[in-house]
Design a protein around this ligand. Structure first.
Ligand SMILES: [Zn+2]
Length: 426
């Protein structure tokens, strides 16, 4: 953006100063895309640059609701101000008295101004700039950058999200991913629906009940629900019920990401309960053996191999848990459904006899949802997208402590993950 020098408030402006002022006004008029309005004066002050705007009497104004041309002015409103982008580090502020116009279709309405959305307190250009930065920084940092307060950034993002949700493209859905996010240590939950094919977030809803997901499917409509080919989800009964009743033809896949999460949780539970049980000396021995169990066997040095074999001879629950975990992971590589099923059956059998309570619970969960687990070999939907999105949402959640309300947190998630279109300047 070129930055014209702004003349100091002149009492008796010389010819050259007058022409310079004129060119500044023209520059601002053009950059704001003014057609029915014009810049009356530009008054630079210490902190900001005030641009006074008025309407051109010969041009028709537009209705704020339908954007239709309106000839009759009903009333002149109080003067309002809009923050705009900065010019040479000085914020531009627009002053204008909006007109109430009589629209043929909508009745008496506030006119549409070309520089801002209806009822916005900043210009569209500033809203866009704030929104773009807020995708990468926290709201606090964004506010500091633009010298706004946190609340202004929050309301800009919420507005931008509402605009984007209204105007985003509705493309056919094939691969659906459903996940949950907890806030404030399980104080409340959000249900998140992804389009796994495009790696984009589709929908965020409060809570994680069957009704929550039903709301999503109702919004989606029956026709769009019918195109869904696969639904990936966690083994959460409420979601499963909602999917079964609204997309009955789509096969359900319990995705790899969540299964591994459950498995790791089982291993960790075993490890923690064993650590509580062990005495001091045994504890220190175990602390330094974790890497032995995680390392690939062929990478071990001779002394490490010996230590590992001692450990294995002990046959402690931790070792059994690690072996079970590693053996389970082979399941992902099978190409033939029958072989995969055989492997899983054998694994579940040995896990049930392992005398490890967390694993028994895991097996019970698997048994209850076996079809959805075995679907992996057939469908092989990559869980990369889901995992990536999950991490991104965690990042958004950690980035700011300001999301005290569900409304703001939801807006932030949509803003960072849904790739919504930003408002255009018209
Ligand atoms: Zn109208």
């Amino acid at each position: 953006m070129p930055t014209p020098a702004v003349p100091a408030a002149p009492q008796e402006a010389t010819f050259s100063e007058r022409s310079l002022r004129k060119s500044v006004e023209t520059f601002i008029r053009k950059s704001l895309h003014l057609k029915a309005h014009y810049v009356t004066t530009v008054k630079p002050s210490h902190e900001e640059m005030v641009v006074e705007i008025d309407r051109l009497r010969c041009r028709a104004l537009r209705c704020g609701v339908c954007r239709g041309r309106c000839r009759t002015i009903h009333q002149v409103e109080e003067a309002r101000r809009w923050r705009d982008l900065s010019l040479r580090n000085r914020p531009l502020v627009l002053h204008y008295r909006p007109r109430r116009v009589r629209c043929r279709r909508c009745g008496v309405r506030v006119e549409a101004v070309p520089w801002a959305q209806l009822w916005a307190r900043v210009t569209t250009a500033l809203a866009r700039a704030v929104a773009e930065l807020a995708r990468h920084l926290s709201w606090q940092e964004t506010a500091r950058h633009f010298r706004l307060d946190w609340k202004s950034v929050a309301s800009i993002v919420r507005r931008v999200v509402a605009y984007g949700l209204e105007r985003r493209r509705r493309r056919p859905l094939h691969l659906l991913g459903i996940d949950e996010v907890s806030r404030r240590k399980g104080h409340y939950y959000l249900t998140i629906v992804y389009d796994l094919e495009r790696g984009a977030l589709l929908w965020v809803g409060e809570d994680r009940t069957e009704q929550t997901l039903t709301r999503f499917f109702t919004g989606l409509g029956r026709r769009r629900s019918a195109t869904i080919q696969i639904v990936c989800l966690d083994m959460w009964q409420a979601y499963l019920k909602a999917v079964r009743s609204h997309a009955p033809n789509a096969p359900v896949l319990f995705d790899r990401f969540h299964l591994v999460q459950h498995l790791n949780r089982a291993v960790d539970e075993v490890r923690r309960s064993e650590m509580r049980r062990l005495s001091g000396r045994e504890k220190t021995f175990f602390k330094r053996t974790r890497f032995l169990l995680l390392k690939n066997p062929w990478n071990l040095r001779t002394d490490e191999r010996e230590r590992l074999s001692t450990l294995v001879r002990w046959n402690t629950p931790i070792v059994r848990a690690y072996y079970l975990k590693e053996a389970f992971q082979l399941f992902w590589d099978y190409r033939q459904p029958a072989r995969a099923e055989q492997h899983l059956e054998r694994w579940m059998h040995s896990a049930m006899r392992s005398r490890l309570q967390p694993f028994k619970e895991f097996v019970r969960m698997l048994r209850a949802h076996l079809d959805g687990v075995l679907a992996w070999t057939r469908l092989r939907v990559s869980n990369g997208a889901l995992e990536g999105m999950n991490n991104k949402i965690k990042l958004v959640s950690h980035r700011s402590f300001g999301f005290r309300t569900v409304k703001n947190f939801t807006a932030a998630i949509y803003h960072c993950c849904a790739y919504l279109p930003l408002p255009e300047e018209c």
